[in-house]
Design a protein around this ligand. Structure first.
Ligand SMILES: Cc1ncc(COP(=O)(O)O)c(C=O)c1O
Length: 436
């Protein structure tokens, strides 16, 4: 029988874990997970952890959700996988149709992870301009503090030094513009004024460089990986107008913020804008299986539709559009509709707001903020290894939390109930008290 200590010893000698300096595990606990149910994860000895960050922001409807399980099992009995070049299958077509109806875009291009969706969007944008007789449009503008994934193209439009610096010689240089994250607002400046000032900077850049810029890529409303930086929708409205004026694509990376995270199905809806290219992943399958998609406008699609093969978009990944992943995604979308999830989340968020009030009022807490189902706040800390110490203390309090620097955040699955919310808020306060 597997035990906690047995599995930890074996993982440390056989698995190279992601986003991890492996040596740290000489001192930091590794958490073995035996199974999950709803918002809880369990180890092999009956200890439990409330998954308050949805396992890296992917899980929407809890672990081992009976409805998604049933859909994946049913699909498994019919077809586990077939290549999507030259072949098609019902789950991919149904999912593409549903996503088109929900987003107002179309021509769903499937891939596996978020980063591969970002690569696709960047390549598609440049290839569009090349097919349109403007091959010089090959650079990308991105926001300060941006994060779009770990592959070389995605890192080229990212601005998190820890992930980017070691690979700088491998990356293509992009054009960084100021972020409307209101934590960067000048003294006395509102979030709205901050958004407008940053849009003016974007205007200046595009007015000078638009002939070489293919696209602006943004994380709409919340820049998650740089510490849940939130901003006013006005920035997206102004960015859309500038992209139109200067003939630059707007790529919306809704990999983390799509599927209801910001309170609307897509974050872009809050600004009333439609991007030229939209990247979705993470919550798309309810967090079950790797799947991502890029949706595009008719205009983009038509630029590739041609008698010449090389003018087509020849990108591919082996497991693109996997039927099991598509079945999980369809089941997940059915839950959104059947359970009126966005509405239920509004009530859920209001309750957690109330329960978290003592956190917001704590003497060491700054900038307590929320967008939809994402809460974040900064904790003043004397401890230089605050994030690490906080995460370890949280585990001792049955909470899975992973601060980003001094930013603590909650991004719970949409099944968190009142009792679990009470536990999350109460225990987080205890952890703040414990970690200096
Ligand atoms: C906004 C955003 N884009 C892209 C990615 C990359 O997705 P993946 O980790 O699935 O490659 C992430 C991952 O956190 C993300 O938050």
């Amino acid at each position: 029988m597997t035990t906690n200590s047995d599995l930890v010893a074996r993982t440390l000698s056989s698995v190279w874990h992601p986003c991890t300096q492996m040596k740290l595990h000489e001192r930091l606990p590794m958490v073995p997970v035996s199974h999950g149910r709803g918002a809880w994860l369990y180890d092999f000895e009956g200890r439990r952890y409330l998954d308050a960050i949805s396992s890296w922001w992917v899980n929407l409807f809890g672990h081992a959700n009976p409805r998604i399980n049933a859909a994946v099992v049913a699909q498994l009995e019919r077809l586990e996988h077939v290549m999507l070049a030259g072949f098609t299958h019902e789950p991919a077509v149904r999912l593409a149709e549903r996503l088109a109806a929900l987003t107002g875009l179309g021509h769903c291009f499937f891939a596996s992870d978020g980063s591969s969706a970002v690569e696709i969007a960047l390549k598609m944008s440049h290839h569009f301009w090349r097919n349109s007789g403007r091959p010089q449009k090959s650079r990308f503008a991105y926001l300060a503090g941006a994060y779009h994934g770990e592959t070389a193209g995605a890192l080229s439009v990212g601005d998190v030094a820890l992930f980017r610096d070691a690979y700088a010689p491998l990356l293509k240089s992009g054009l960084r513009v100021p972020s409307p994250d209101w934590r960067n607002a000048r003294p006395g400046e509102t979030a709205l004024a901050c958004a407008r000032r940053c849009a003016e900077a974007l205007d200046r850049l595009l007015s000078e460089r638009h002939h070489e810029v293919a696209a602006l890529i943004v994380e709409p409303l919340v820049q998650c990986a740089s510490g849940m930086g939130m901003y006013d929708p006005e920035y997206l409205r102004l960015a859309r107008a500038l992209c139109d004026r200067y003939r630059v694509h707007l790529i919306a990376d809704e990999i983390a913020v799509g599927f209801g995270r910001t309170g609307t199905f897509l974050a872009c809806e809050q600004a009333g804008v439609r991007p030229d290219l939209l990247c979705l992943s993470k919550g798309i399958t309810g967090g079950y299986l790797p799947l991502s998609v890029v949706l595009s406008t008719e205009d983009v699609y038509r630029a590739f539709y041609d008698g010449e093969v090389a003018r087509g978009f020849l990108h591919s990944h082996s497991c693109t559009g996997n039927p099991l992943a598509c079945a999980a995604a369809l089941a997940s979308l059915a839950i959104f509709e059947e359970d009126a999830v966005l509405e239920a989340n509004r009530a859920r968020a209001a309750r957690l707001d109330q329960l978290a009030r003592p956190i917001a009022q704590h003497a060491r807490v700054r900038d307590f903020r929320r967008t939809g189902m994402i809460w974040a706040f900064e904790v003043e800390a004397a401890e230089p290894l605050f994030a690490r110490r906080f995460a370890a203390a949280a585990l001792e309090h049955e909470l899975l939390l992973r601060p980003i620097g001094n930013t603590v955040y909650f991004m719970p699955p949409y099944v968190i109930d009142d009792e679990q919310s009470r536990l999350l808020a109460g225990r987080t306060l205890e952890v703040i008290e414990r970690v200096p």
